[in-house]
Each structure stands twice: as C-alpha cells, then as structure tokens.
Design a protein around this ligand. Sequence first.
Ligand SMILES: Nc1ncnc2c1ncn2[C@@H]1O[C@H](COP(=O)(O)OP(=O)(O)OP(=O)(O)O)[C@@H](O)[C@H]1O
Length: 322
Amino acid sequence: MDAHTKRRLPEAEVNGLVHRALGRRAVAARELGAGTFAALWRVRLDDGREVVVKLSPPADATLLAYERDIIRTEAMFYPLAEGTGVPQPRLLHACLDGPVPHLIMTAVEGIPWPEAAERLAEEESRQLRATLGQYVAALHRVKGTEFGYPHLPGMRAATWKEAFLTMVDGLLADAVRFDADLPWPAGEIARAVRAGAGALDEVTEPALVHFDLWPGNILLDLGRRPPRIAALIDHERAFWGDPLADFVSLDVYGRAEHDPDLLRGYRQAGGRLELTEGALTRLALYRTYLYLIMIIEEKPRGFDDADRHDRVVKGLLEQLIR
Ligand SMILES: Nc1ncnc2c1ncn2[C@@H]1O[C@H](COP(=O)(O)OP(=O)(O)OP(=O)(O)O)[C@@H](O)[C@H]1O
C-alpha cells in the first residue's frame, strides 16, 4: 500500500540529509515498507549506529487540514515525553523548514505488537497491556497551556470544547473537499457532534494525548523474557486534550476502556478513568472523530476501498451517531 503522501527521495539524497545532520556517512540504507503516511528509511552509519529518517510528505501532497506541517507535532512530542519514563526513539535531529522537512531518530530494536502477538503467552500479553497502561498514564501527566493541535494555531483554543469542535469542523470541510463517502451528510454529523458537546466542558486541563496508540505503533522486544515494550512510536497525531481520547486509539475497533489489564496499569500509575455518562459521551465523540479521519483520509492518500476496513468503519460511525 503506497500512499500519495509518501515522499519519493533517492537513496543518495536520504544519505545526504543524514550526513549533513549527523556528520556521518551511510553504509547501508533501505526504505521501510510499513507506514501509510510518511516515507521512512533505516540507515546504518559508518560508526555502526542505526537511525531512522522520517520524511514529511512532499509540498504538493494532498493532505487533510490537520495533517499540514504535522511533523512539527512529532518533533515537539519527543522532548515532552522524555522525562516521563515512556520508552521512545531518541530524536537526533529535526529539520522542520526547507525543501525536505524530516526527523532523524535512533532505530529501535523491536517488532510491532501485531507481528509479535502470536509469540506471546497470555500472561505476557496481560503484563504488557498493564505496562502500556502505565506509560499512557505517564504521558497524560504532561500538561499544556492550550487545547488542540500544537502545530496548527487555527486549531487551538482556550477550551477543549472549542478546540474539539474546530477539529471536527476541519475534518468535515475536508470531507466535502474530497467528496468523501460519509454514511451521513456532513451537516448532520456536525449537528450530532454538537448535541453531545456539552460533555467536553468536563475537561478543564490540556493533557498530552498521543491518539495513535494502536498496537502497530508499539514496538516489542522479544529478545528477553519477559518481553518488554521497546518503544512507542509515531507521535505525529498528538494533541492537547482529554486523556480519555487515547482509549479510542488504543483499540480502534474495540473498547480499550474495558480492558482490565490496561486499566490496572493506568490506574496504578495515577491515571483516572471513570465511565460516567459524560465520559461515555466523550468516548463516542472521539470515536466519531477517529472514524471520520479513517474514512476521509482514503481519497487523498490514494487508497482504494478494498484496501481498508471502509465498510466496517462506516458501520461503526453510523451506530455512534444514529
Ligand atoms: N525509530 C524506529 N525504529 C525502528 N522502526 C521504526 C522506527 N520508526 C518507525 N519504524 C517502523 O516504521 C513503521 C512506520 O513508522 P511510522 O508509524 O512512524 O510511520 P507513519 O507513516 O506515520 O505510520 P502510520 O501509517 O501509522 O501513520 C513502524 O511501524 C515501524 O515498523
């Protein structure tokens, strides 16, 4: 699956970026196949280190509004998470301006959780879920001063309700622009979201929300027993908002807020989650938001329907806003 948003850059140019940034020559480089948005390269340096280069989409790529300059949020996330104890790649270099904005980070020795899942004993999976819960709670302790997307002044606000509604409206405008195949007209979705928006006022402090913590973005180290989480990666979709929103991305098709192991770790590390009526409404709003992204990004990325869980996502969205 090769998205239109992936920048095509010859190997020699990727190696040139690395050399200019780190002063080392590349002895081997290969593009990583995974990832559906950014182009990533794994590069071995002449001092033996391995790094990953993440390239922003080309300047003329067709993007959703919130994806513009999104590399800035990923660059911002690394230092914010640094003091939390959450494992992540080390950011070695961030070039946010110029013709090829990119990040260079350490390569993590680990495999994405879905590829590792079959090799885990049930008790190991449960312990890893609890540890993940602890890490998520640690991220949520990082607080901001405004709500919304760090990289987009137009999608930030002093209240969570205002920021979230602006984020939703941005997506719905994208849907109209790309003629996305929504299950309901955009105006009706906007009305349904506003009908539940009162619950957003319960959120008064902007927390760091990763919002892309599906298992593919969690790398596991199976080289030791018990296995451990080697890194959380792919921080670009983060925003300042309601910690509850991360429970949506943790299990896109399920209900992470009912996962006893995840919750045990989350609460042990000081995270608070109570499924009050307001919390359930907020979860439905965040699920709606995530499903909208999944439906609307299809066209600009150049995927065809069969590639993704289009119909499933539409069905889920319909259930939420019916
Ligand atoms: N620092 C790293 N070390 C090792 N592997 C990495 C690293 N960063 C990324 N990868 C690999 O590259 C893949 C894609 O990276 P990433 O998730 O950042 O890209 P993306 O295009 O933003 O993804 P998505 O499709 O989730 O938006 C990861 O699933 C992982 O396998």
